[in-house]
Design a protein around this ligand. Structure first.
Ligand code: TMP
Length: 260
């Protein structure tokens, strides 16, 4: 593709100006960070896999009526999406205690929660994305009451759908993070799902073995992150109709690691 204007480079993605006004190209990198970028590394092939997994999930979500920014996948590492004004919140949905919830409240990891929890974090790297209450969101005007209602209703529907989708392939959806954005039509705006949904922002545990199939492998130095991401993609069936080079790449990785 010819030279394009870069709009933003994040920790896992680069955003370029899209071909038409109101569109953006999301490029998925192999870079991985954790603990607010204090830990940095690479997960080989992650960008290719996350592009596919996110395409798959966003497409399925749009089929159940969730409005999303996804337009279409362009190539192995890029997708065309609608340009949105990102709402500066990370919306975390939890079904099972893990990660920062377990740490903060002393609940053992793996303990099922009595009901689904939605948490909000303020998206600000300098502050380390602090946990906030809905009161803070209203007080500082980060989102309106109506937007909060729309986001929480969507988060619950997304969770119900994704719990089933992953359970069908033997994966327990422990928790995940969502980001939403506004699209404007004159003075009127509405909220749509943005960013990505991939093993970078979900906790995915194999139902049978409890094995972690997500970015915790990288965060906690467990190793095998490439295989884990590939396993999620394979189970969802998103690596099957790939172009020859993509399959060859992935087969090569597996061969190098002594797999079939
Ligand atoms: P936490 O337990 O560390 O708060 O993470 C909850 C979920 O949110 C987990 O699935 C990972 C995801 N997450 C992100 O996608 N980005 C982040 O910056 C953090 C802290 C968590």
């Amino acid at each position: 593709m010819s030279r394009r204007r870069q709009i933003y480079e994040g920790k896992a993605k680069i955003l370029y100006e899209g071909p038409e006004p109101g569109t953006i190209i999301q490029y998925f990198k192999d870079d991985a960070t954790a603990f607010n970028a204090q830990k940095k590394g690479t997960i080989n092939g992650k960008g290719v896999i996350n592009n596919r997994i996110s395409e798959f999930v966003f497409t399925r979500l749009s089929h159940i009526g969730i409005p999303t920014h996804f337009i279409r996948r362009l190539n192995m590492r890029e997708q065309l999406v609608r340009q949105v004004e990102i709402i500066p919140l990370e919306v975390v949905v939890r079904n099972v205690a893990a990660g920062s919830l377990s740490k903060r409240l002393g609940i053992e990891e793996g303990e099922p929660l009595p009901h689904t929890l939605i948490e909000y974090y303020y998206k600000d790297d300098a502050l380390g994305d602090p946990l906030i209450a809905e009161e803070h969101i209203a007080c500082f005007g980060w989102a309106s009451n109506e937007e909060m209602q729309d986001m929480s209703a969507m988060a619950i529907r997304i969770n119900d759908f994704m719990v089933g989708m992953f359970a069908a392939v033997g994966i327990r959806l422990v928790d995940f993070k969502l980001e939403f954005g506004r699209i404007w039509d004159g003075d009127y705006s509405r909220v749509i799902l943005a960013d990505e949904i991939s093993p970078d922002g979900c906790r995915l545990w194999d139902i049978a073995s409890g094995e972690k199939l997500d970015k915790d492998r990288f965060r906690r130095d467990l190793g095998g992150e490439e295989d884990a991401y590939q396993e999620v993609a394979r189970r969802l069936g998103v690596l099957q109709e790939d172009g020859p080079s993509e399959v060859a790449d992935i087969n090569l990785h597996r061969k190098l690691r002594g797999k079939k």
